[in-house]
Design a protein around this ligand. Structure first.
Ligand code: MN
Length: 445
């Protein structure tokens, strides 16, 4: 299933909002994305100065992501975890819709958005970057923000992970690194590119497992790269081994401005796209950004905690924590201490995790008020609190030591103690007769 097919299907389910009035790619599209964050898929039919439509919020809910993967919401973690652990190579197609139209290396044809007030300028936020290390043949696929410098040059933010390592290897040989940046993709490709398998795993293979073997790749035209055959837009180019530019400030997942740094330049060689292509945008710090980053981590935490306690009901990286720093975990506790072990496993599984709360499985962790109630009635700070000072943390949290990446971690075990009667912790209920149930339904109408 291609992205446009997903949008067509969502339109049938009335999950698409079309904006037919003209709006500017500078602030106005982003402003509407913010307004309808947590809402439907957005299709901007008329973007001032451009022929292409802009689409947003395709991956903006757990339900939509599950639907695109052909599973239900409860299966998201297990499907992600099994796909991360059993990657399968996709087929390479002989012809690709993403190469139907071949353009000059001119970025001005794309309606690239300017999002926040203090952002350096327009940024591509949905770019999935493929590269291959010529030294060890390792292929890597990851998401990177790309700042527009001029008509044919971008700056790419390389956090010190796999693409950075591949670029450093090219830099040592004094070679530019060929990359293919694809935009407008099946959600599985975004989820796979946001997951963090070990170096050596090609994230396209994870996407293919997520899509039950249906991902098709295409060979690029001007570079030795591969892209999803059904991508809406492909930018082929190379990351310079020597040319750098000041990148940032730009808003990151927590909704604060990330600082300005020297980052490598990308020289665009060609742009190809589908006929009547759609430009996909992702709002930094929007629900979609948090879900794409957070869901693969939830899956990994879920699995890690399952190894140390008998039953894990659910794991959520909350929106308020940027889908990154705060975890809620519900477990069925069997032995005293299970809660604390669950916290330790969660911190080990997701190094950026800062605060975590573990609750019993009668608490709905998607309901923050219910979690607060569990803390209010089942938690004692002198016994149930873990504080770990100066551990490795996220580079994004302004309250941490951002130079040395050190942060304090806090875990709350809000599971009820097993040595007190269970009735004391029961949430009181009012019996509901079938007559009153019907009456409530009538009154609600
Ligand atoms: Mn990787």
């Amino acid at each position: 299933m291609s992205l446009r097919k997903i949008i067509q299907e969502a339109e049938k389910r009335r999950e698409v909002l079309r904006i037919t009035d003209e709006v500017s790619p500078k602030y106005e599209v982003a402003c509407l994305m913010r307004e309808f964050d947590d809402g439907p898929i957005l299709v901007f039919d008329r973007v001032e100065g451009y022929n292409m439509k802009v689409i947003a919020n395709v991956c903006g809910s757990r339900g939509r992501l599950a639907y695109a993967l052909g599973i239900n919401e409860m299966e998201l973690h297990s499907k992600l975890y099994s796909s991360i652990n059993s990657p399968t190579p996709p087929d390479v197609a002989s012809s690709a819709p993403s190469q139907e139209v071949i353009e000059e290396p001119d970025l001005t044809i794309l309606p690239i958005l300017t999002h926040f007030e203090k952002d350096k300028g327009p940024y591509i936020t949905s770019g999935v970057v493929y590269a291959r290390n010529r030294e060890d043949q390792v292929e890597n696929v990851s998401i990177h923000r790309l700042q527009v410098l001029d008509d044919s040059t971008l700056a790419i933010r390389l956090v010190p992970r796999h693409l950075y390592r591949i670029w450093m290897s090219a830099k040592e040989r004094r070679e530019n690194l060929e990359v293919a940046i694809s935009l407008g993709l099946h959600p599985a490709v975004y989820l796979a590119a946001a997951s963090s398998p070990p170096y050596g795993v090609n994230e396209y293979h994870i996407a293919n497992s997520l899509m039950d073997g249906k991902l098709k790749l295409a060979k690029c035209l001007k570079t030795e790269c591969f892209v999803p055959a059904e991508a809406e837009i492909v930018i082929e180019g190379e990351i310079s081994f020597e040319k750098e530019a000041m990148e940032g400030p730009f808003v990151d997942i927590l909704g604060t401005y990330d600082i300005e740094r020297l980052q490598p330049k990308v020289n665009v060689k060609t742009i190809t796209h589908r006929k009547e292509c759609l430009y996909q945008a992702i709002l930094p710090s929007g629900i979609e950004h948090k879900l794409l980053m957070g869901l693969p981590r939830e899956a990994v935490i879920h699995e890690a905690v399952s190894r140390v306690v008998p039953y894990v009901k659910d794991v959520v990286l909350t929106s308020g924590g940027g889908g990154w720093l705060h975890a809620l975990i519900s477990i069925r506790k069997q032995k005293e201490g299970d809660g604390k072990n669950a916290l330790l496993a969660a911190f080990a599984a997701h190094p950026s995790l800062k605060h975590a709360i573990v609750v019993d499985d009668d608490i709905d962790i998607h309901d923050l008020s219910a979690v607060e109630w569990a803390v209010a009635t089942r938690f004692q700070a002198d016994e149930d609190l873990i504080v770990i000072g100066k551990a490795r943390g996220s580079s994004l949290d302004p309250s941490s030591d951002q130079e040395r990446l050190l942060t304090s971690k806090l875990g709350l075990d809000a599971t009820r103690p097993l040595d007190k009667p269970i009735e004391k912790f029961e949430r009181a209920r009012i019996p509901l007769s079938s007559r009153v149930k019907k009456l409530v339904e009538k009154l609600r109408k």
